[in-house]
Design a protein around this ligand. Structure first.
Ligand code: ZN
Ligand code: ZN
Length: 243
C-alpha cells in the first residue's frame, strides 16, 4: 500500500509552486529498497541463464546505502559507465516507487506547478510525448514523465524543453523504398535549443506507448543525433553511455 506524502509537505509544495514529489530531493522511505530487492530477486530468478542474472546478484549483494547512492545517480543522470548494466534495474525500481506515490496525489496537488516542461508530480523530464487518441479531446499532446508516468498537456508544435514555438522540425524513419517507416514515430527537434524528444501518435498506432516505443526506436535517436540535436529527456531503462 502506498504511503501518501504528508499533508504538510503537499501544502508547502503548493505554496511554493513546487512538484510535491521532486525526485532528486525527495526523501525515499524504506519502501524503495523493498521494491528494488523484490525486483532483483524476481528478475534474477526468472532469467537465470541471461546476462541479467549476475547483474541482479551483484546489486542484491550491495548494502542499502550503496544502493540508495546508485539510485540517486540514476535520478541525477550521473551514473558511471561501469554501472550501465545496473541502470535499467535501478530505474525500473525507481519507476515503481514513484509511480505508486504519484498515484496517491490528487489533481489539486499538481495545479500550482507553472513550469510546463517538467513533471508536475515529480519534477522529472519527460521521456517522450504522446498525441492521444481521445474522441472527446482529439489530438491533444501530452508529455509523459520518465519517472512516475504522470502525463500532462503541452500545446502541439511547442518545444518540450525551451517552449519555443518556432523552428521546430519533425524527423521520421524511412524504409528502403523511401516511404515513411513507422509513421507513429517522430522526433520533434528544436532549432532554438537544439534539443529533441520523440512524439508518438496514437491515431497512427493506437498501441503507441511512450516508454516502450522510445526504447524500440533507437534508430530515430541516431538519425536526429547525426543532425546535431541532443536528447532533452532521459529513458531510465537505458544508460546512454553504456550502449
Ligand atoms: Zn513524474
Ligand atoms: Zn527548444
Amino acid at each position: 500500500m502506498a504511503r501518501a506524502p504528508e499533508a504538510s509537505a503537499l501544502q508547502s509544495s503548493r505554496d511554493f509552486g513546487m512538484p510535491p514529489l521532486a525526485a532528486t530531493s525527495y526523501r525515499r522511505d524504506a519502501q524503495f529498497l523493498e521494491d528494488l530487492r523484490e525486483l532483483l530477486a524476481e528478475i534474477g530468478q526468472s532469467s537465470k541463464a541471461s546476462p541479467l542474472a549476475p547483474v541482479c546478484s551483484a546489486l542484491a549483494a550491495q548494502d542499502d546505502d550503496a544502493l540508495g547512492e546508485a539510485a540517486d545517480r540514476v535520478l541525477a543522470g550521473t551514473s558511471n559507465d561501469s554501472e550501465a548494466a545496473a541502470v535499467p534495474l535501478l530505474g525500473a525500481a525507481l519507476q515503481v516507487y514513484f509511480t505508486r506515490l504519484a498515484s496517491t496525489l490528487e489533481t489539486k496537488d499538481l495545479e500550482g506547478v507553472d513550469v510546463p516542461t517538467i513533471c508536475p508530480a515529480c519534477a522529472s523530464r519527460p521521456v517522450a510525448s504522446l498525441v492521444r487518441l481521445d474522441p472527446e479531446r482529439p489530438s491533444l499532446r501530452y508529455l509523459c514523465c520518465s519517472l512516475c508516468h504522470t502525463q500532462w498537456n503541452l500545446a502541439r508544435i511547442t518545444c518540450s524543453s525551451c517552449e519555443s514555438d518556432k523552428g521546430l522540425q519533425y524527423f521520421g524513419l524511412e524504409g528502403a523504398d523511401g516511404k515513411p517507416d513507422r509513421p507513429a514515430w517522430r522526433a520533434e527537434a528544436c532549432d532554438d535549443c537544439k534539443g529533441y524528444l520523440k512524439i508518438f501518435y496514437q491515431e497512427k498506432d493506437p498501441h503507441a506507448d511512450p516508454a516502450a516505443d522510445d526504447l524500440a526506436s533507437l534508430a530515430l535517436d541516431l538519425l536526429v543525433d547525426e543532425r546535431g540535436f541532443a536528447r532533452s529527456g532521459p529513458n531510465l531503462l537505458f544508460h546512454p553511455g553504456g550502449g
